[in-house]
Unconditional design. Sequence first.
Length: 174
Amino acid sequence: MRIAAVALLSLCALPAGSLADSPKVNRGMIEAMERSMENKISGLWPLDPAEVLGVSQGAYIQGYGAIFLTEVNLAPAAGISPFHPTVSADEIRRTHEKKAQRMGAIRNAMRAMLVDSARSLDSVPPDDQVAVGLTLFYWKWENHDGLPAQIVMHAPRKALLQSADQAPIASEEF
């Protein structure tokens, strides 16, 4: 009888224990930040927009923080097709120049995305990180000398909230 009582109490404790492990950030919060990221990138150059490829992905990792990733073509250009069988040297040069010119603006937008995410994700603990990563798309024919393939920025949420303009943001480019 005593064993049955202990077993019953243990089974009753399972739901309460699993509630303690529930995530601090729900999927709706992550989806809102994914949409915000896509809109911010798409709206940077309204007359000649960058192209967000695929769907942005966000996740909350307990003990680390929130991370948001997407792939972007900063300067969409015509690829090789039956109607455009070759790419001229001038097209290669113009595409490279446009992407190089847009690097400063995309880095500033990423900083703003970090701050916006830190403000919006109020259930993320202050010591957790907020991270934004962009993979930059290049056609095989493109010259991407001097341009990164990926940019990742992150900072603790509390630093982003305390001094958004002066937050110490770690930035890596690969």
